[in-house]
Ligand binder design. Structure first.
Ligand SMILES: Cc1cc2nc3c(=O)[nH]c(=O)nc-3n(C[C@H](O)[C@H](O)[C@H](O)COP(=O)(O)OP(=O)(O)OC[C@H]3O[C@@H](n4cnc5c(N)ncnc54)[C@H](O)[C@@H]3O)c2cc1C
Length: 113
């Protein structure tokens, strides 16, 4: 409706503020990459989302740094007395409070089992 397009696999690598140009590195399906420069009026940048260091550096984390849980039970795949929900879990859902709200009763029930 607003002609806003999603551009996955793009990483912002440089910003020329005075020139109003943002440089992105785009990863192609074959693993190679190409540079893409966009001219902007306003640039709103957020950093890549990551788990806190104390999780990323712990045995609880998967190779990407998220707590490694079974997506159906939210129980840790290795440490069965650990459960995780919300942004820190490695489930494939969008990291939203809406998702965490749905995950909370799952964890509550499975902790009681
Ligand atoms: C700008 C923005 C807008 C959003 N809008 C929406 C929206 O409209 N709808 C929606 O559903 N979701 C939205 N979200 C996502 C939503 O905020 C998150 O998905 C949600 O807050 C995740 O909850 P969480 O409890 O998993 O993690 P968090 O809310 O990040 O809570 C983690 C808590 O752990 C604490 N903590 C960190 N390290 C330690 C430590 N070492 N010891 C003790 N405590 C620690 C942190 O201080 C924090 O309070 C938005 C997020 C952002 C950033």
């Amino acid at each position: 409706k607003y002609a806003v397009d999603l551009n996955f696999s793009h990483r912002l690598v440089a910003v020329d503020g005075p020139g109003k140009r943002a440089t992105f590195l785009r990863t192609l399906p074959d693993g190679s990459s190409e540079t893409r420069i966009e001219v902007f009026d306003m640039l709103h940048v957020v950093p890549p989302q990551v788990a806190p260091d104390f999780i990323r550096e712990s045995p609880l984390a998967d190779s990407a740094g998220w707590v490694d849980v079974d997506p159906h039970t939210l129980r840790h795949r290795k440490y069965t007395n650990v459960h995780a929900l919300g942004d820190v879990a490695n489930t494939s859902n969008a990291k939203t409070a809406a998702a965490a709200r749905k995950q909370a009763p799952v964890v509550a029930n499975n902790v009681l089992v």
